[in-house]
Design a protein around this ligand. Structure first.
Ligand SMILES: Cc1cc2nc3c(=O)[nH]c(=O)nc-3n(C[C@H](O)[C@H](O)[C@H](O)COP(=O)(O)OP(=O)(O)OC[C@H]3O[C@@H](n4cnc5c(N)ncnc54)[C@H](O)[C@@H]3O)c2cc1C
Length: 371
């Protein structure tokens, strides 16, 4: 069995930094490399919605980063709306830059070394893999580590565009809006996220199979999407394009190289949320690295571990995504209308857990049986 002297993590995103915190906390020599000058650079390209339960689980000190709390979501399609609102706080809107800074402090306090302005090239990565350290690619959706070491491709990406608006009138600052219309948001959706009484995020995702840019889809969404908050005047403050992987790679370990987070495609296909999933997988990876270094396990077992733990949820997210991404908005609107009649608003408000839909159903059936 090969012996390892420590871990090099490529990428100081939230997943890479969380892995570094875990490993350094176990006393393992850990270095993180990132091409950025500050970990918060580019953070505004993504949204910051996290389930309250999920954030508590992953262990990033997040309290100071919270800008808003959410009680639910309104789903829009074909002129119908399904309003799912719980009694208490279901999710947080966090400032992603502040969260990244907090994750970095936690990693360094645990003893990890974080080296910024250090983008590693393909050649440097290949050379490094001959050494005695484990290499982890936590380098995001377009992973250089994955391509350098010949990992299988991610089959589909979502191209995104999101912007912040100053609005005259917020409808309900505790509710996210999700807009399904495959003619505008091909195989994904548009969204609104309130930050405050006057600041609103508007975003859209489209499959990379659509032959348009996310910016042009965004313009159409703003013009035709029927976003009520834009009535009465709104001013666009900024705008960013980015990318979300929609499928997991078929392999996430080759030799002494492992992938985690977006680099591995560990993302919920329904919403594109990747932090809770990615950091949960990073925790499993840290445990397996500890075993591999201690000689009681092999690195490649991580691949089976995370699929076993989250495979059912990945599958359910993928089934849900397949449904809403192929159906036309009128049919989906009709489905909202029917499910409203059957009390789905109440069901989801009570049992909804969008991080782990399999747990949500298990809970529903167990409570049903226990009655
Ligand atoms: C519009 C949008 C909205 C989103 N909304 C949410 C949300 O509300 N909730 C949620 O949970 N998720 C959301 N996501 C997904 C979430 O942002 C990602 O899943 C998450 O950022 C992945 O974290 P990561 O650490 O794996 O990768 P990243 O955050 O992409 O970090 C990768 C890091 O690697 C560095 N890097 C890359 N190549 C190299 C190299 N060769 N050498 C050194 N460093 C390198 C990069 O500079 C970067 O810092 C959203 C994404 C988008 C695009």
């Amino acid at each position: 069995m090969r012996s390892y002297g420590g871990v090099d993590i490529i990428g100081a995103g939230l997943v890479g930094l969380s892995l570094a915190r875990e490993l350094a906390g176990m006393g393992i020599s850990t270095t993180v490399y990132d091409g950025k000058g500050r970990v918060s650079d580019g953070a505004a390209k993504a949204s910051g919605i996290f389930s309250a339960a999920g954030l508590d689980r992953i262990g990033i000190p997040y309290r100071d980063s919270v800008v808003n709390t959410l009680n639910g979501a309104t789903l829009h399609a074909g002129g119908e709306a399904l309003r799912i609102k719980a009694g208490g706080v279901q999710a947080y809107v966090a400032d992603r830059g502040m969260l990244a800074e907090a994750a970095m402090r936690a990693a360094e306090e645990a003893g990890a070394e974080v080296l910024l302005n250090r983008r590693l090239s393909r050649a440097q990565l290949l050379e490094r893999a001959h050494g005695e350290r484990i290499i982890v690619g936590a380098d995001g959706a377009v992973s250089t580590v994955a391509s350098a070491f010949g990992f299988p491709d991610i089959k589909e990406y979502v191209l995104t565009y999101k912007a912040e608006y100053e609005v005259a009138r917020m409808r309900d600052r505790s509710m996210v809006g999700l807009y399904f219309d495959n003619r505008i948001a091909h195989r994904f959706f548009g969204w609104t996220v309130p930050y405050s009484e006057t600041r609103l995020e508007i975003g859209i995702g489209i499959s990379d199979r659509a032959r348009i840019t996310s910016a042009s889809a965004f313009r159409r969404f703003v013009a035709e999407g029927g976003i009520a908050e834009l009535e009465g005047g709104a001013k666009m403050v900024n705008g960013y394009a980015s990318l979300i992987p929609l499928t997991a790679r078929r392999r996430t370990v080759i030799g002494n190289v492992a992938l985690v987070g977006d680099a591995a495609g560990q993302v919920k296909a329904t919403t594109g949320g990747g932090i809770i999933f990615g950091v949960s997988c990073a925790k499993l990876l840290a445990q397996q690295i500890k075993r591999a270094i201690g000689g009681t396990g092999r690195l490649h077992e991580y691949d089976t571990m995370w699929r076993k733990r989250f495979g059912m949820d990945l599958k359910m997210h993928s089934i849900l995504h397949k449904y809403y991404s192929t159906v036309d908005s009128r049919t989906l609107g009709l489905f909202f209308k029917m499910s409203r009649l059957f009390g789905s608003e109440e069901f989801f408000s009570k049992y909804g857990d969008m991080d782990r839909p399999s747990l949500m159903l298990k809970r529903f059936f167990l409570r049903g049986l226990a009655r």
